[in-house]
Design a binder for this molecule. Structure first.
Ligand code: NAD
Length: 264
C-alpha cells in the first residue's frame, strides 16, 4: 500500500511536540501540505524549522493559536479557512486525586480536550461534506475505556471525544468523509517523558526503571509491556487519514498495546 496525500491539506492541533509532531511529520512524509499548530509563535516556528531540516522537501507551515478557546479557534479558522484532514490532537493530562480536582480543572480539561475538536469540526466539516472528501481524527486514549482513577477528569474528556467522533461520523453517511478516533496507550511523548522523569526523581530510580515500573504497576494488562513510541501512534493516524482507509468510519481504533482486554 502506498499512502499518497499529495494535494491534501492537513491541520494537526498541538503539534509542536509529542504525538502531534510525529503525526504532522508522518502526514508530510506522505505528501500532504501540513499545518503545525501550538499556542506560541516561537514554538510553532521552531517545530516548522525542525521539520524542514529533518524532512527536506516536505510542505509544512505553522499557525499559532490556542485551540482551547473560541477566540483561538476563530483565529485559526480565519488563517486557514479549509482543510481536508483535521487531526484533533491537542490535549492535556495531569494525575490528580478526585477530591483534589477543583471545578476549574474539570472545565479546563473539557475546553482543551473536547471543545477544541468540537469547534474545529464545526469550522471544517461543512467544507469536507461539500467537497465530498475529508478526514477528521480525534486523538482520544485507552483512558476513554479504562477510566484512570488517578485522573478521572482526563478520562471523562477522552470518553467524550468518542461520543463526539461517533456522532459526527453519523453526519457523513453516503459521503467520502470519515470521522474516527484513535486510542493511544502510554506513549513516550515529551509531555509523558517529563512526567516519567519526575517519577524517577521522586523514587530515586533511573528513567528506564521508572517507565518500566509505571507500566507494570498502572497498566498491568499491557501486552506491549512498554511505552509506545510517538511514531507507532502516528502510523495508525496517517493510515486513518489516508484515501486507503475509506471503509473505516465512526470507529474507535486502538493503538494501545493491548491494555484493553475486550475483543471489540
Ligand atoms: P504533549 O504534552 O507531549 O504534547 C501536546 C501538545 O499540545 C504540545 O505541543 C502542547 O504545546 C500542545 N497544546 C496543549 N494545549 C494546547 C492548546 N490549548 N492549543 C494548542 N496546542 C496545545 O502531549 P502528547 O503526549 O503528545 O499527547 C497528545 C494527545 O495524545 C493528547 O490528546 C493526549 O491526551 C493523547 N494521548 C497521549 C498519550 C500518551 O501517553 N502520551 C496516551 C493517550 C492519549
Amino acid at each position: 500500500m502506498n499512502i499518497d496525500l499529495k494535494g491534501k491539506t492537513a491541520l494537526v492541533t498541538g503539534s509542536t511536540s509529542g504525538i502531534g509532531y510525529a503525526i504532522a511529520r508522518g502526514l508530510a512524509a506522505a505528501g500532504a501540505d501540513v499545518v503545525i499548530n501550538g499556542r506560541g509563535q516561537a514554538r510553532v516556528d521552531a517545530a516548522v524549522a525542525a521539520m524542514a531540516k529533518a524532512a527536506p522537501g516536505t510542505r509544512v507551515r505553522g499557525i499559532a493559536a490556542d485551540v482551547s478557546t473560541a477566540a483561538g479557534c476563530k483565529a485559526l479558522a480565519a488563517a486557514l479557512p479549509e482543510v481536508d484532514i483535521l487531526i484533533n490532537n491537542a490535549g492535556i493530562f495531569e494525575p490528580k486525586g478526585f477530591f483534589d480536582i477543583p471545578d476549574e480543572d474539570w472545565s479546563r480539561f473539557f475546553e482543551v480536550n473536547v471543545m477544541s475538536g468540537v469547534r474545529l469540526a464545526r469550522v471544517y466539516l461543512p467544507g469536507m461534506l461539500k467537497r465530498n472528501w475529508g478526514r477528521i481524527v480525534f486523538i482520544s486514549s485507552e483512558s476513554a475505556l479504562n477510566i484512570p482513577s488517578e485522573m478521572i477528569h482526563y478520562g471523562m474528556t477522552k470518553t467524550a471525544q468518542l461520543a463526539v467522533s461517533r456522532g459526527l461520523a453519523e453526519m457523513t453517511r453516503g459521503t467520502a468523509v470519515t470521522v474516527n478516533a484513535v486510542l493511544p496507550g502510554p506513549t513516550m511523548s515529551e509531555g509523558v517523558e517529563a512526567f516519567v522523569k519526575d517519577l524517577a526523581k521522586q523514587n530515586g530510580q533511573s528513567v528506564e526503571a521508572a517507565a518500566s515500573q509505571f507500566i507494570k504497576q498502572f497498566r498491568p494488562t499491557s501486552l506491549l509491556q512498554r511505552f509506545a513510541s510517538v511514531e507507532e501512534i502516528a502510523n495508525m493516524v496517517v493510515y486513518v487519514a489516508s484515501k486507503e482507509a475509506s471503509a473505516t468510519n465512526g470507529a474507535a481504533l486502538r493503538a494501545e498495546g493491548g491494555i484493553v482486554q475486550t475483543i471489540a
